[in-house]
Design a protein around this ligand. Structure first.
Ligand code: NDP
Ligand code: F7E
Length: 317
């Protein structure tokens, strides 16, 4: 990618798309094209075709998707399947039709079977049943991977797919019903501290194991793959270490400065018991993350408080 190449970042207002834009700008790329979902609904094929014909992007980071935590995935199976299938099919097909030089599709580690070997290697894809709370989303993401591989095989398109582990960081969604666990814990602990509440509810048993990657590290990996990788095989992006949800809650409580009790609400789902990716493929290519879990939580908490401050919400403790 030369520095004035036309680069379309789909989903630039989201957690990952926002971080990709920050990385691209930091690296000196000057010709970024972005659209909000209001300006361009990627589920609409006519709008997508018109956009690609007009803008002629040379590179595409496909970070637009219908995304959410365990409860949102479990509650809205139709949208998680339909929206994601439509938008990725439209973007990938238009990228082929308009001669895009390279496209990076973002999947997720929930594409792997619920009981995949740990850490999960890329070749465990499609070797067993999926985790029921997110199978709709996972099926759409697997279809996106297969679209990239099909257009590469039939038409020689340089379309690649990356599978990031659970992400968090600046620009995250802090909605308590729809978010992932990290922003939910930060918000719950912060509000409990402000209110002097004696306890905080943590969903599930606290025993599931998850791996967390700071989003700017993920964006760095996306840029690295765009520049250094061109193959049909999918590539995991992760840190290679996991933590139980109970220990994560204790870590977040420490960063926020909340000393109350953690109560486990077992009426909420645990989801997959463990999700740790095998990162040997991306490590062998020469990429590693740089932000530790505790440092990443601190950066995210600082950013969250800045947002509250800017919105005039009491709670900067
Ligand atoms: N968050 C995580 O933990 C993980 C995320 N990923 C992957 O990273 C990618 C981005 O996720 P993340 O940044 O967290 O998600 P966010 O929800 O933060 O952002 C998604 C973005 O997609 C855009 N979007 C959604 N629907 C449409 C549509 N119909 N038309 C146009 N744009 C649309 C939204 O645009 P707008 O704001 O304009 O409405 C939004 O900014 C996804 O593919 C996801 O699978 C992978 C692993 C983990
Ligand atoms: C990225 C990934 O994200 C999702 O999978 P998930 O890892 O299960 O997601 P999660 O972050 O929502 O939960 C992780 C764990 O944490 C527990 N947990 C505790 N307390 C809260 C809580 O307050 N909120 C949430 N959301 N979870 C909580 C929760 O019960 C679960 O055991 C899928 O969308 C999937 O499609 C996907 O790709």
């Amino acid at each position: 990618m030369n520095k004035n190449a036309i680069i379309y970042v789909a989903g630039h207002r989201g957690l990952v798309g926002g971080a990709i834009v920050r990385q691209l700008e930091k690296a000196g790329y000057t010709n970024l094209v972005t659209r909000t979902s209001r300006e361009l609904d990627l589920r609409d094929q006519a709008q997508v075709n018109e956009f690609f014909e007009a803008e002629q992007p040379e590179y595409v980071f496909l970070a637009a998707a219908k995304v959410g935590g365990i409860l949102a995935n479990d509650s809205y199976p139709a949208e998680f399947l339909y929206d994601n299938l439509m938008l990725e099919a439209n973007v990938i097909h238009a990228a082929y039709k308009n001669g895009v030089k390279k496209l990076l599709f973002l999947g997720s580690t929930c594409i792997y079977p619920k009981h995949a070997p740990q850490p999960m290697p890329e070749d465990s894809l499609l070797t067993g049943p999926l985790e029921p709370t997110n199978e709709w989303y996972a099926v759409a993401k697997i279809a996106g991977i297969k679209l990239c591989q099909a257009y590469r095989r039939q038409y020689g398109c340089s379309f690649i797919s990356a599978m990031p582990t659970n992400l968090y960081g600046i620009g995250d969604n802090f909605d308590l019903e729809k978010s992932h666990v990290m922003p939910a814990l930060i918000r719950k602990m912060h509000e409990a501290k402000q209110a002097g509440a004696p306890s905080v509810k943590i969903w599930g048993t606290g025993t599931p194991l998850r791996e967390f990657l700071f989003v700017d590290d993920c964006a760095d990996a996306c840029l690295f793959l765009m520049q250094n990788y061109d193959d049909a095989g999918i590539v995991n992006i992760g840190v290679g270490e996991d933590i139980s949800i109970a220990d994560l809650a204790r870590l977040v409580a420490g960063v926020v400065g909340y000393a109350g009790e953690l109560v486990f609400d077992t009426s909420k789902p645990d989801g997959t018991p463990r999700k740790l990716v095998d990162t040997s493929r991306i490590n062998a290519l020469g990429w590693r993350p740089t932000v530790s879990l505790e440092a990443g939580i601190r950066l995210t908490y600082d950013w969250y408080r800045e947002q509250l401050d800017a919105a005039g919400v009491r709670g900067v403790g």
